[in-house]
Structure formats: structure tokens, C-alpha cells
Design a protein around this ligand. Structure first.
Ligand code: GLY
Ligand code: MN
Ligand code: MN
Length: 419
């Protein structure tokens, strides 16, 4: 367990007599596949405090005595099948006795559930908020892993750039980018690699297929390496044949401007919703400039017209996993206002936060052929222009930005863009 993070969590909680348990979790079996399990991932709250990916572990906190690190004994089967050796910590059988000694005191279970223990839901909710707040600013070790993940990711993208050409399949690009991640220190991909060519570039989370990119098409690559639990999450969009068409170039310029402005807005004290709304305005203005939307940026945002082409948030917290400790400040409810309805993060930025900034413009038939929307935006969208672009696909550009006292630092700046 990591003493300094455990101390930070305890300080955030300020407890006097309540008990906290943080479970790592149990393996999840693949339904119908006998003894096969999904790859085990410890609960992020446990991982942050203990830095250990092992099932069946519990960190226990008593404000009067501090932390106890319960770890299950290594079984003979684990020694035989996995080569496991002695475990650190206190034998997990001791947890029941530890709890009996503290009966009658309120217990909050964070992390994964702990078998046989009832959690006080209201207390757990309050403590989870405190833990989230403690987790959000990255410490030196976390940043060092994230920089290592960014280096492996950069190596993968360099390889992708070298091989993207008409005839290269989405799957072949995926295989090479991932192999290069692993050669450069990644233990895993941070999420399922996205490679979409042509119209597939407009599917937000497209799974690569055997489709080969063609001259004149876009190739969108959204991929990231993971190092010791820490993720990188990067998107670049390239022209399959080495040069954008004039129309692709115009859309790229709008998205790139939204990306640059979004990075610039990643400063201490800035509300994340304002980073998002700024990008919505940039995109609305850009689409109006291209003759795809009609009106002022503010007027278009009022109607949420940009969301037809930019239907996701500007980004999310990244770090311990691709979706790190985001969320909203306590007491903040989800807004129903256009433009921010789907925002997953709603808080002011602080030094040490790492955010993705990922604007995109997509021509998604599922949205743009919808008759209701066509009626609603009859006068706002230049539909005959849009109809000619339904197989355009999409352009997304994504970087990982560290908020520092001095301003934004882009951890993924070395990853090449289309020239
Ligand atoms: N890689 C998925 C995302 O950007 O959210
Ligand atoms: Mn991504
Ligand atoms: Mn992302």
C-alpha cells in the first residue's frame, strides 16, 4: 500500500470513529466458459491506494489506528499454475476478527464490495467524494507512468503514420500500432484501439475491420498505451493518400482550432463546462464559416445545432484508466441545457489534473438522416450540402493535457499530425 496516498485519503475524510474498507474485487467469470475469467483489474479506488492488481484484497482504515493491508494467502494452485510466491500484507482471514473488534461502529465500503460486509450508503457516498477529490491531481509517480504511456503511444502512432496509405487495412494498422506500444514499454492497450477508414471514421468507437483505406479517404486512429495501470488516450486523423482534399482540409482546420483553443483553456480555476462550451462555439463558428450551418455561433449553440456534428463532450479525465476520477462537484446536478447535457465532468480545473481535449466533426448518417432533426433544424443546417457529405466520415483530434500552475502542458505533443 502507498503510505502517502493513504494519508491523503484519511486527511480528506477527517474521520473519528467510522471504519472504511476498500476492496480490490473478485475475478469475473466469462459466462459459459468454465474456469475462464476476464483479465483481472483491481477497482480503481483500491489500485490508487494500494498499487496492486490482486483479487480478494482489502485495505482497512480505523481512524484511531491507521491502515491495515489485508491480502489473501497464496494458494498451492496459484503457486503451481501462476508461479505466484509469498504475498505481502496481513493474511486476509484476519479481516473478520478485525471487524468484530470494531462492531457497532459505522462501516463504509469503497472500491469493490467486500463479502459479508454491509456498507453505510450515505457515509460511503461522502467518503467516495473525498477520495475522488484526493485522486484527481496526479502525483509524481502517476505523471511518470503517464509520460511513459505517452512515449509508447508516440512510438505506435509513428508506426501508423508510416504505414497509412491506400490499401492498408484498419486491422493491419491496429496490429502494428499495438505491437509498437508493447515494444515500447506498454503492458496493455488502455482501451480497444479504434481505426476507422472512410465512412467508418465517423463511428465514434469503431472496431477495426479488414476494410482497406482508399485514396481520398480519411483514416481516424484513436489509441493509447497503458503503463503500470496508467493510460494515454490519443486521436489523430490522417489522409489515406498523404494529402487532404480541400473539403477535408477545411474540416480539419476547424477541429484543429477547437483543439488548440481547448488546450489553451485548460488552466487552473477554469470550469470544465466552459472548456466544452468554448469548443462548441468554435465548432459552430467553423461549420457556419464552411457554409454547413447558418447563423452566429452563439445562436447555433442556443439551439444545440453543433451537436449534430459534435455529439460528444470535449473530453474527460485520464490517468488511472482511460476514464479517471471525473464526475461533478458535490451538489452539482446534471444540466438539461443544450450543449452540456452529456458532460461527464463538471468541476473547475486544478493543477495536477490531466484531461483529454478531443473535439471532432463527424457526418453521422444516424443523426443527419433523422427526419425529426431535419425538421427541427430546417433553416439552420444547409441540408443539400450535408447530403453531399454523408460518406465523409469524421475528424477527431485528441491530446492529453496536464494543468500546471504555469498553464497547460500537452503530454502527447510529440504524436504526429497529418502534414
Ligand atoms: N478512446 C475513447 C475516448 O476517447 O473516449
Ligand atoms: Mn480516445
Ligand atoms: Mn478520450
Amino acid at each position: 500500500m502507498l503510505q502517502d496516498r493513504c494519508a491523503r485519503a484519511a486527511k480528506a475524510w477527517g474521520l473519528t470513529r467510522e471504519i472504511v474498507l476498500v476492496g480490490s474485487g473478485e475475478p469475473v467469470f466469462l459466462p459459459g466458459h468454465q474456469d475462464q475469467t476476464y483479465p483481472f483489474r483491481a477497482h480503481a479506488e483500491y489500485m490508487w491506494l494500494a498499487d496492486r492488481e490482486k483479487p480478494g484484497c482489502v485495505l482497512a482504515y480505523d481512524p484511531k489506528e491507521g491502515w491495515t493491508d489485508f491480502v489473501p494467502a497464496v494458494t498451492e494452485a496459484q503457486r503451481v499454475w501462476e508461479g505466484a510466491s509469498g504475498a505481502e500484507g496481513v493474511p486476509a482471514e484476519g479481516l473478520a476478527k478485525w471487524l468484530r473488534k470494531r462492531a457497532k461502529r459505522p462501516v463504509a465500503v469503497l472500491g469493490a464490495r467486500v463479502k459479508g460486509v454491509r456498507s453505510d450508503a450515505a457515509l460511503a457516498k461522502r467518503l467516495r467524494e473525498g477520495l475522488l477529490a484526493a485522486r484527481r491531481p496526479k502525483d509524481a509517480e502517476e505523471l511518470s507512468r503517464m509520460r511513459a504511456a505517452a512515449r509508447a503511444t508516440a512510438a505506435g502512432f509513428a508506426r501508423a503514420v508510416a504505414m497509412i496509405r491506400p490499401g492498408a487495412t484498419e486491422r493491419a494498422i491496429e496490429i502494428e500500432i499495438e505491437a509498437e506500444f508493447f515494444r515500447n514499454g506498454a503492458q496493455r492497450t488502455a482501451y480497444d484501439t479504434i481505426v476507422g477508414s472512410g465512412p467508418n471514421s465517423g463511428v465514434l468507437h469503431f472496431m477495426p475491420t479488414g476494410r482497406a483505406a482508399r485514396e481520398g479517404e480519411l483514416v481516424l486512429v484513436d489509441a493509447g498505451a497503458e503503463v503500470s495501470g496508467y493510460a494515454c488516450d490519443v486521436t489523430r486523423t490522417y489522409p489515406a493518400g498523404g494529402a487532404f482534399t480541400p473539403e477535408q482540409k477545411d474540416v480539419f482546420a476547424v477541429v484543429d482550432e477547437a483543439r488548440r483553443n481547448g488546450i489553451e483553456r485548460c488552466r487552473k480555476g477554469v470550469e470544465w463546462r466552459d472548456v466544452h462550451l468554448g469548443a462548441c462555439l468554435d465548432i459552430a463558428r467553423g461549420l457556419a464559416g464552411m457554409g454547413i450551418l447558418r447563423g452566429t455561433a452563439e445562436g447555433l449553440l442556443e439551439q444545440d445545432a453543433q451537436a449534430l456534428f459534435f455529439p460528444h463532450g470535449i473530453g474527460h479525465m485520464v490517468g488511472l484508466g482511460v476514464r479517471d476520477a471525473g464526475g461533478a462537484l458535490p451538489g452539482r446536478r446534471k444540466s438539461r441545457k443544450p450543449g452540456i447535457r452529456y458532460l461527464r465532468v463538471d468541476l473547475p480545473l486544478e493543477a495536477g489534473f490531466v484531461m483529454t481535449v478531443e473535439p471532432g466533426i463527424y457526418f453521422i448518417p444516424a443523426l443527419l438522416k433523422n427526419e425529426e432533426k431535419r425538421k427541427q433544424y430546417r433553416d439552420t443546417v444547409v441540408w443539400d450540402r450535408v447530403d453531399r457529405m454523408l460518406d465523409f466520415g469524421g475528424i477527431r483530434l485528441e491530446d492529453n493535457v496536464l494543468v500546471t500552475e504555469k498553464g497547460p502542458e500537452v503530454l502527447t505533443a510529440s504524436i504526429p499530425h497529418a502534414r
